[in-house]
Design a protein around this ligand. Structure first.
Ligand code: ADP
Ligand code: ZN
Length: 419
């Protein structure tokens, strides 16, 4: 059932006790870094001690810009000789941030990754294919070492794959390739589990992926500043992402007031590393928007569950006075069987008016030049999107495969408006 039963099912009060202990250890380590060495609240907390987890709120936040500004060595808390690996974020919202690991850090990360995969039902008898890019991006080696620790056979690619990891936007394209080759991934593979993550996606998109491949797809969440994958993962109950609280302190704050949100409300995820030596990060503002899910999970794990990430605070755009998240639009599109695997949102100024153009790929079987059908579909999508985001979009139906693909994470929004 569990990779590490004791820690995964630890009673909440013991889990919090462990967190406080590990937080003190982390602060004592962090203070060796030039950046945290300058933070008076950290010095004070070390002197007076922390007894309650809530006292973490007395420490200042760390932002992506802090990490960027103090590159390369500002956050390094150990001897440079001990550092054995550098990773960086993908740079989705600006300059990538760099993260250093020593041997202990890599080992504990691999363990979290193995624990996560095990929770999603992956076993040492599985053949694992990782379709994420290897390199500075954490989705490559992060999975690799976790899969090896779990004991799966990992292969670069092959017909024997039973479990695969990929970013959701990639799987749509992969499915199209299967189809073009005259293959059906439901029948022509040995796949029984998919792991999907690294970019925002909707429940509708997940259901579609499960339908295409005929297997369960488990949500995997992580960010390079907190190692990478293996931060939070769905168990086989598929009802939210268990976030590993022995390794991280998790807070959800209102991004404006910076105070904790009420239980169960959506806010910005803030995280503190508890088991990292080379580069501890304290109260990191992830910019990811989510909420804690109420209740306990049937699987028996006591680590709290996060709701699917609604998007990043940076993803939101304002058009005609309305706040819009791309995932709201994706949720509408992915429900429609006629809609293909890709879409993008273009914000343009047309005749001095800001417009939201949504390009939507239509599935091959439906894109047959029956103009009245396409006209109806176009109107239908226009209504649905308008009802969802309260702005009337210009829907442009396009051929399957015609939207340019980004290498790595999908880019959904292109803002060409005159400012
Ligand atoms: P970048 O922030 O530059 O993309 P990373 O490669 O470290 O750098 O990616 C981490 C980010 O990816 C997270 O902060 C989050 O925004 C997004 N992400 C990762 N996993 C998921 C997921 N399962 N669902 C939604 N978003 C995710
Ligand atoms: Zn569970």
């Amino acid at each position: 059932m569990y990779w590490e039963k004791e820690i995964e099912t630890l009673e909440r009060k013991d889990l919090e006790k462990l967190q406080v202990e590990r937080l003190m250890k982390t602060l004592n380590q962090a203070v060796h870094s030039p950046y945290y060495g300058r933070v008076p609240e950290i010095r004070k907390a070390i002197k007076t001690g922390i007894n309650l987890i809530e006292q973490i709120r007395e420490l200042p936040f760390t932002t992506k810009d802090d990490l960027r500004n103090d590159f390369p060595w500002g956050f390094l808390a150990s001897d440079k000789r001990d550092v054995v690996r550098l990773h960086s974020s993908s740079g989705t919202t600006g300059n990538p941030t760099a993260v250093y690991h020593n041997k202990h850090d890599l080992n504990s990360w691999a363990n979290l990754m193995a624990r996560s995969l095990f929770a999603a039902g992956v076993r040492d008898t599985d053949v694992f294919q990782n379709m994420a890019g290897y390199g500075l991006f954490t989705g490559g080696l992060g999975f690799q070492y976790g899969v090896e620790m779990l004991g799966c056979l990992s292969i670069p690619a092959g017909a024997g794959t039973t479990v695969a990891h990929a970013i959701p936007s990639y799987l749509g394209r992969l499915y199209d390739v299967f189809k073009e080759e005259g293959l059906d991934p439901r029948k022509d593979t040995k796949l029984h589990t998919l792991v999907i993550g690294a970019e925002p996606h909707t429940e509708e998109h997940r259901l579609r992926i499960q339908e295409m491949f005929g297997v369960k797809a488990y949500n995997s969440f992580g960010l390079s500043e907190m190692n990478g994958p293996g931060v939070a993962f769905e168990c086989t109950e598929q009802n939210g992402l268990h976030i590993w609280e022995d390794a991280f302190i998790v807070e959800i704050i209102d991004p404006i007031t910076l105070k904790p949100v009420a239980d169960g409300e959506i806010g910005e995820l803030v995280m503190t590393t508890l088991d990292r030596q080379a580069m501890p990060v304290i109260r990191y503002r992830t910019r990811d928007l989510t909420r804690f899910l109420p209740g306990e999970c049937k699987c028996g794990r006591t680590h709290r569950r996060l709701d699917r990430i609604a998007g990043r605070s940076d993803d939101m755009f304002i058009i005609k006075g309305c706040n819009v998240f791309p995932m709201q639009i994706e949720g509408v599109l992915m429900k429609l069987p006629e809609v293909g695997e890709d879409y993008r949102i273009l914000l343009e100024t047309i005749d001095d008016q800001d417009e939201m153009i949504v390009e939507v790929e239509v599935k091959k079987d439906w894109f047959k030049g029956d103009l009245s059908f396409l006209d109806k579909l176009q109107k239908h999508i226009t209504h649905l999107v308008r009802d969802e985001v309260l702005v009337r979009p210009l829907i442009k139906l396009v051929e399957p495969g015609s939207i340019p693909k980004n290498e790595g994470k999908a880019v959904r929004v292109f803002d060409h408006r005159k400012k």
